[in-house]
Design a protein around this ligand. Structure first.
Ligand code: UDP
Length: 247
């Protein structure tokens, strides 16, 4: 097997981030699938760094991740400021779209898990329109009672996914992955936040100029200011302060 690109990992406020391009991340995914063993990929944004610092169980999960990609303008800004610049982000939504696109050609089975009832189905339908060869082996919404979790994981396992995209928000999705990765039997697990909302068209992506100027987070909060989003927003000034006072 070809040699994998170096991770060039750096540490930001105590949390590891691997400095890979999208192509590099995809090479890792291919090797993880070929290995046949479960691997957790974390896509890290600024709010996650703050959760990492405040939640020990969550931090332990992230520390054990196979790959931690930079997801978001805040991470890019902070890394540049501390003198460890990152070439580009590898966001959960972009990585997920790439994996769906490649799934047909590579024979990868992708499962969409999370979002409100109906969102994962709509996301699968839209992605099949975009990539007719895609192998989306199953879908399931992200709302169920805690005592149903094992049964949900078993139900996902019956579809034999190679890649499980878990779209339930930070830290819920990462904790689900840590508890259930052996039961589900996939090889790659990624917590992808609002990705299925974006795929389904339930939530629109920011205009390109906003994505390019690092303002996508602002667009998402302004267009859907729910409690979870406002909590994420509250983490951003703390993240910025931490970054600025460190210098
Ligand atoms: N969600 C879910 N189950 C829950 C709570 C939330 O599936 O119990 C979904 C919610 O419908 C939304 C996603 O999780 O689609 C959270 O997206 P967000 O962009 O807020 O995630 P984050 O920014 O934390 O990655």
């Amino acid at each position: 097997m070809a040699e994998l690109p170096p991770r060039n990992a750096i540490t930001l406020h105590g949390m590891r981030i691997d400095r890979l391009t999208m192509e590099g991340a995809l090479e890792y995914v291919a090797s993880f699938i070929a290995s046949g063993k479960p691997h957790h990929i974390v896509t890290a944004d600024a709010s996650m760094v703050m959760t990492f610092r405040e939640d020990k169980d969550f931090a332990a999960i992230v520390e054990n991740a196979a790959l931690i990609t930079p997801d978001g303008a805040g991470i890019l800004w902070a890394c540049k400021r501390q003198g460890t610049p990152i070439p580009a982000k590898v966001s959960g939504v972009d990585l997920s779209a790439k994996l769906v696109e490649l799934s047909g050609q590579r024979g990868w089975r992708v499962f969409f898990f999370g979002g409100a009832p109906g969102v994962a189905e709509a996301a699968a339908q839209k992605m099949r329109e975009r990539f007719p060869e895609a192998i989306i082996c199953g879908v399931r919404d992200g709302y169920y009672k805690a005592d149903e979790e094992n049964a949900v994981a078993e139900q996902i396992a019956t579809t034999k996914p190679d890649i499980l995209l878990v779209a339930m928000g930070i830290p819920r999705q990462e904790k689900f992955i840590a508890r259930q990765k052996e039961r589900v039997g996939a090889k790659v697990y990624i917590g992808v936040g609002g990705t299925l909302d974006v795929f389904s068209g339930t939530v629109k992506r920011a205009p390109l100029w906003m994505q390019r100027s690092g303002l996508e987070w602002f667009y998402r909060i302004a267009s859907n200011p729910n409690a979870a989003r406002l909590k994420k927003l509250a983490a951003l000034p703390r993240f910025a302060l931490l970054t600025v006072i460190k210098k």
